[in-house]
Ligand binder design. Structure first.
Ligand code: HEM
Length: 335
């Protein structure tokens, strides 16, 4: 969350060291919610044509809360702030306000600034196309926080599980990092680490954290492999079946962790952890770099060892992402 806040929105937070950070606490509550269990989600899954009406319902609810809060702040003092989702959105608004009222000198080059600048450039140009509205920018900031936080940290957690259970693989990664002879682990050095890349791809194959995010609406009635698919149907690919398919990932057993299998060119849709096509995860490269950088720093200084309960594996739970309930590891300082 520190990384997303800093790189995308220029917010310098230190949630890593400040465990009581309010933003972190509220975000954790939001991420714990199982959206699949929420009535509105269930209804829109059952009756997709209801989705636009349900979306409007949520927006109206927010507008009413906001209105009540503005009209009678003393009667409804923290009503808005008590709901973590709304609290986070109002903090996001503060970030936008701070940026739009600050002088040009304090402007930073980041995602937020790019979104804010769409307004300026489009208005000055002759093309009468509108830029992003305030609500669209706010929604995007919120989406980036949600989409970029739990996903990356979950993949990091799976990675540490593999490191603790596959010591030989860990040694190979450390050898690659040690080959840098203490050089700074920056974008250039980490991008060149070939085994690190294979390792991470294998983690992403075995543990695709976000299997439900890649749904699509069928926009034309069609037949695929003898199945009739009607226009308007919601299609959700079964990513785990694809990722563990022997024809796509053999000859090594797809149930085993074998980074080297990624050195062979595979079908372009064989790895779907970040989705595919024009709506593929926009943060993919950022996430890959973030995880590689984190792993490289960790393994330069520490050896990851199994913790007390690691042999029992972990239970999976699904909220925004599919994640392990806990990964028990120990860290031993190297050298
Ligand atoms: C390992 C980490 C991550 C995983 C596994 C992941 C996974 C996904 C998946 C499966 C989708 C849907 C793609 C599709 O429909 O084809 C998606 C979309 C998206 N992701 Fe990620 N993501 C990760 C990290 C990030 C990060 C770090 C950010 C932001 C910095 C981010 C921002 C987004 C956004 C904004 C979308 C929506 C894109 C669109 O609809 O056009 N993700 N992600």
């Amino acid at each position: 969350m520190d990384v997303i806040c800093h790189c995308a929105f220029g917010m310098d937070t230190d949630m890593e060291n400040d465990l009581d950070n309010e933003l972190m606490a509220k975000a954790a509550v939001i991420f714990k919610q199982d959206i699949e269990r929420m009535l509105l989600t269930k209804l829109s899954r059952l009756m997709p044509w209801l989705t636009p009406f349900l979306t409007q319902l949520v927006l109206c609810q927010m507008a009413v809360f906001r209105g009540l809060h503005k009209l009678a702040p003393t009667i409804f003092p923290d009503m808005f702030d008590k709901i973590p989702r709304f609290w986070l959105l109002s903090r996001v608004q503060q970030v936008i306000d701070a940026r739009t009222t600050s002088s040009a000198m304090t402007k930073r080059v980041d995602l937020l600034q790019l979104m804010l600048d769409t307004n300026v450039t489009r208005c000055e140009g002759t093309i009468h196309e509108r830029g992003l509205t305030n609500d669209e920018i706010k929604a995007n900031v919120f989406l980036f926080m949600v989409a970029g936080f739990d996903t990356t940290s979950t993949i990091f957690a799976y990675s540490t599980y593999i490191l603790a259970t596959e010591p030989e693989i860990q040694k190979k990664l450390q050898a690659e990092i040690d080959d840098q002879h203490g050089k700074e682990l920056d974008y250039d050095t980490v991008t060149k680490m070939e085994y690190m890349d294979l390792f991470l791809r294998e983690v992403l194959r075995m543990y695709p954290a976000s299997t439900a995010a890649i749904t699509r609406v069928c926009n034309e009635t069609t037949t695929v492999c003898g199945h009739n698919i009607h226009k308007g149907s919601i299609i959700q690919p079964d990513i785990l079946t694809v990722h563990y398919n022997y024809d796509l990932w053999g000859p090594e057993d797809p149930n085993r962790f074998v980074p080297e299998r990624h050195a062979t060119k595979r079908h372009s849709m064989a790895l779907l952890t970040f989705g595919a096509g024009p709506r593929i995860c926009i943060g993919m490269r950022f996430a890959l770099m973030e995880i590689k950088m984190g792993l490289a720093h960790l393994l330069r200084h520490y050896v990851v060892l199994p913790g007390e309960h690691l042999e029992a594996g972990f239970q999976l739970r699904e909220t925004f992402v599919i994640q392990p309930d806990a990964v028990y590891i120990k860290l031993n300082k190297r050298h």
